[in-house]
Write a protein that binds this ligand. Sequence first.
Ligand code: ADP
Ligand code: MG
Length: 258
Amino acid sequence: MTPRLEGKNISVTFGDILRKVEAVKNVDIALEPGQTIGIVGESGSGKSTLARVLAGIQVPTSGQVFYEGKNIWQGKVAYSGQMRKKVQMVFQDPYESLNPRMRAVHAVTEAVSFHQNVSGEEARNVALNLLERMGITGQDALKLPRALSGGQRQRVSVARALSASPEVLIADEPTSAIDQSAQSQLLRLFNELIADGLSIILVSHDLGVIRYLTERVYVMESGNFVEAGDTTQIFENPQMEYTQKLISSIPGHITKSR
Ligand SMILES: Nc1ncnc2c1ncn2[C@@H]1O[C@H](COP(=O)(O)OP(=O)(O)O)[C@@H](O)[C@H]1O
Ligand SMILES: [Mg+2]
């Protein structure tokens, strides 16, 4: 089976000869249709850089990204033509990606008009439906980003991403900037999207979230994958000391003594 999204031998180096940061070093990653995979690792390990490469936002220094077997880069453009809507990304802090002067419904309507072939009034209705699905209804849909809670802003951001009807959602620390109850709500939402068949790459340093949502986990340290496997196996029987440390740092987690 051809993976839905695949990164082959991806490397990203920042800086120049004097100050070189190898953020990602020769990693391979594959996302199967309908699968949810997690990328975990401590801060600075290269998770966001890799996520951005897979989303076509960051040009890799070397290596290739394939969407259903097709190179996502055609010249200097990533995800052009038929691939354009297929892969969408949401970020940790949607405050930065949302226009502060645009009300929720307008922000989503704009995305709907961009991605779908529908006119003004219809686009607005599609947007209102998407927002409703995200649990944002009534007056809340008419609010500016600053009047919404962090969790609501994150859900507006997800609504914008879903307006493209993507096959793949790449989420970079989607629950990190929001409080506990907003997190639970977002996790339930992601569960519904998974049930609907969306393929998801979830980047998080929160292993609780990763364990709850994903089937397969890639553990990243200093730009490398140190370990990858089924989520249950990684959490119950981590092979590498680095992974064991990450897992034992989960609040409330009791480490098995060996
Ligand atoms: N645009 C950039 N320019 C220079 N260095 C960067 C840039 N983006 C990330 N880095 C560096 O690459 C490494 C990996 O960063 P990042 O992918 O953001 O890690 P993570 O998401 O796991 O915290 C870090 O050392 C970071 O400082
Ligand atoms: Mg990051």
